[in-house]
Design a protein around this ligand. Structure first.
Ligand code: ADP
Ligand code: MG
Ligand code: MG
Length: 491
């Protein structure tokens, strides 16, 4: 079957000279407006290069975009409830914990903190639900009211830690607007939805700060040893600094937190003599970010403290792939959301998700994947991209671990097949002009939620980001070097 296609917002290819000219301008625009990253290959802290971007916005169906925006507060609330359901998390994660040391270490911190008694009942969730259009319609042609080339969208995953691109999302719209204007198509910008992700996410942080209620307290960003995605992170700081010059922000690695902070007798987290009000993690989601016991000790210390964490450890656990799979199991959404219309709307966004536990369902999933490996993705309990298994490798991996306990640390997911979109990808150092290539997009919707187990006091959809990759690439992380920044052009 040939893959469905969407049409570009303006006819392609562009004339050679026009293309070369507009790319040169756009690259400079990128450098001068923070559409940048640090180079992983030739690292130099003082040098920022352009982040890869798609020259023109990619088409995305308006009705599906609106549906995603509308659904986000419902997903926020669902995640909030899941994060606060101890029994559900315990039950869902128990098998994976036996074989996944990283998730087990997070889980141990959660258990310790619970046993000691929770010091900060308020959680700050800054979530990003990632979705892709599914071009395979489950209905036969005459049943389906919608037309090719898309049917609906499906959720790839929901992130509850370090949900990035609050700056790079909105600024992608700006650079593509600049390009459209340069090409004489400024009238099309009206079809690019406004995107206030940066201010929306930062408002979540300052809202939590105000809830903490200590005017001399500081905000702490937990960062990697080296932040490649520095523009995205720094613009969050700049935004808060501009709107709230009264608040001091620190950036520290987990190791620095271990060395430079302490808990006082009231379990307040103290840095440079001041209380920490909010801890915002942009690191701490993968094993390599905890090279020694010091980083784990730092994480435990923060978790035990009165600071409001984004995320609290139970929120991070709620964002695991295993939880996503469990939520798609029959009857589970109803436990959290009842049996109303919202529940069926959420159920609709799940594609096939299967447990690989050692029981009847798990065995059936293994058989199904072995029979048609290309249809599935195998996912471990990891974040940050580059961890999943695709295509023929799914079969090899399953055959290898079929009888080993390791299997329970993975979930099996049906592969989503998004429609193709033609476009130009501009990368640092890549030949100009680039060819027109087939691309596929993944839309991320940001949500902010603040509350305690029993009371949600803030729940909003705050913006979006679009990442686009070559149609034949498995993954499309921009920081990982495979994807490119993009923004939706509603059709
Ligand atoms: P991570 O938490 O590491 O980002 P994801 O579940 O988002 O893990 O997977 C990484 C990438 O793999 C996604 O951004 C997407 O490009 C691709 N991917 C993941 N699941 C699917 C799927 N079911 N169908 C198609 N592509 C997928
Ligand atoms: Mg993720
Ligand atoms: Mg992802």
């Amino acid at each position: 079957m040939s893959q469905a296609r969407l049409t570009s917002c303006i006819p392609l290819p562009l004339e050679h000279k026009t293309l070369v000219n507009v790319i040169e301008k756009a690259k400079d625009w990128a450098l001068m407006h923070g559409v940048g990253m640090r180079d992983k290959k030739h690292f130099n802290k003082d040098v920022i290069q352009i982040a890869p971007f798609v020259l023109l916005p990619s088409p995305f169906p308006r009705t599906e975009f609106d549906k995603a925006i509308e659904l986000q507060p419902i997903l926020n609330e669902l995640m909030h409830k899941v994060a606060h359901d101890d029994c559900f998390l315990e039950h869902t994660l128990q098998n994976a914990l036996q074989v996944d040391e990283f998730t087990a270490s997070l889980y141990d911190i959660w258990v310790k903190v619970r046993n000691e008694g929770v010091t900060q009942p308020v959680s700050l969730g800054m979530l990003r639900s990632d979705i892709m259009l599914e071009s395979r319609c489950p209905h036969t042609e005459n049943q389906c009211a919608k037309h090719s080339p898309y049917c609906s969208w499906k959720q790839v995953e929901i992130n509850s830690i370090a949900s990035g691109f609050g700056h790079l999302g909105p600024v992608s719209r700006e650079i593509q607007s600049y390009v459209l204007r340069q090409l004489g198509h400024g009238d099309l910008i009206k079809n690019m939805p406004e995107n206030k992700a940066l201010s929306g996410l930062c408002a979540g942080i300052t809202e939590a700060y105000d809830l903490f209620g200590v005017p001399s307290a500081v905000i702490l960003f937990v960062v990697e040893e080296v932040s490649y995605n520095i523009c995205d992170q720094r613009f969050h700081e700049f935004e808060i600094a501009e709107k709230r010059p009264d608040i001091q922000i620190h950036r520290k690695t987990l190791n620095e937190i271990f060395e430079e902070t302490h808990l006082n007798d009231k379990k307040q987290l103290i840095l440079d003599g001041r209380q920490v009000a909010v801890v915002y993690y942009r690191s701490g989601y993968e094993p390599a970010q905890y090279p020694s016991s010091k980083e784990w000790d730092a994480r435990l210390r923060v978790e035990r403290s009165t600071a409001i964490k984004c995320p609290s450890i139970h929120y991070q656990l709620a964002g695991t792939k295993k939880v996503q799979q469990a939520l798609a199991s029959p009857g589970v959404l109803e436990q959290f959301m009842g049996g109303g219309a919202a529940t069926s709307r959420v159920r609709d966004i799940f594609t096939g998700l299967y447990s690989l536990d050692f029981d009847e369902t798990g065995e059936r999933a293994v058989e199904m994947a072995l029979a048609d490996a290309e249809k599935f993705v195998l996912k471990p309990q990891r974040e940050g991209g580059g961890n999943n298994v695709y295509g023929a490798d799914v079969r090899d991996a399953l055959l290898k671990m079929r009888h080993s306990r390791e299997r329970a640390a993975y979930i099996l997911m049906e592969r989503i097949l998004p429609p193709l979109v033609p476009g130009y990808v501009v990368r640092p150092g890549s030949p100009v002009p680039p060819p027109v290539v087939d691309l596929v997009s993944e839309l991320g919707i940001f949500g902010v939620i603040i509350g305690t187990k029993d009371k949600i006091c803030y729940n909003r959809q705050v913006g979006h980001m679009l990442r686009t990759k070559l149609a034949d690439a498995n993954e499309g992380g921009v920081a990982a070097g495979l994807g490119a920044l993009d923004s939706p052009y509603l059709v």
